[in-house]
Design a protein around this ligand. Structure first.
Ligand code: SF4
Length: 193
């Protein structure tokens, strides 16, 4: 069969769409029954609002026996129409604290590579935080600028801070306070980048 380039691309597109549709239809019954089992037959829907940022996307919390089973975007909310950014989609993780359960996704170890070393070693998060605090103190003591051109500026240009898109508004408020108190001026939030 002789095909022009355009005909070949059209045929490839139709084949890909047909394959995708087949996969979707094959998977749909299992997914639909899971949803019915988890979210409809067992749970009560509680409309809520994402706590992370001022966009204020709508959530639905699925609750049974006082326990949160699932959180997802609210399709009836005119702001997000059911969609959520990754941060909002991870809202369920707040539930571990409320339920008094350890979050299985929480990192308890950090990777550290000493200066001039060619390998990483595993240290505890507490030790990593102590090291970070020590470095921040040393850097601030060394580079803090009190005055420039006769004007009091009280700023620190040797440290930049980014994040976090994984914490809530109140934590971001505290983080901003902390950075401003250090004099950090290069302060950004990576949900915006
Ligand atoms: S963090 Fe994401 S999901 Fe939550 S309100 Fe903001 S944009 Fe919406």
């Amino acid at each position: 069969m002789n095909l022009s380039r355009r005909q070949f691309l059209q045929l490839a597109g139709v084949s890909a769409a047909a394959t995708a549709a087949t996969l979707f239809l094959d998977e749909e019954p299992a997914l639909a029954s899971d949803l019915k089992e988890i979210r409809i037959s067992k749970a009560r829907e509680v409309p809520s609002v994402c706590p992370h940022c001022s966009v204020g996307c709508g959530l639905i919390a699925y609750v049974k026996d006082g326990q949160l089973l699932q959180v997802e975007g609210n399709p009836d909310n005119p702001i997000n129409e059911g969609s959520l950014c990754p941060k909002g989609a991870a809202t369920f993780q707040f539930a571990y604290e409320a339920l008094g359960k350890p979050n299985p996704r929480r990192e308890l170890k950090a990777k550290y590579r000493a200066p001039y070393s060619d390998r990483w070693e595993e240290i505890s998060v507490d030790e990593a935080l102590d090291r970070i605090a020590q470095r921040v103190k040393e850097t601030r003591d060394r580079y803090f600028i009190e005055e420039k051109d006769g004007v009091t500026v009280n700023r620190l240009e040797a440290i930049a801070h980014i994040g976090s898109a994984c914490i809530d508004n109140e934590e971001n408020y505290l983080l901003t306070k902390l950075m401003r108190s250090l004099g950090v001026v290069f302060l950004e939030h990576h949900a915006r980048i």
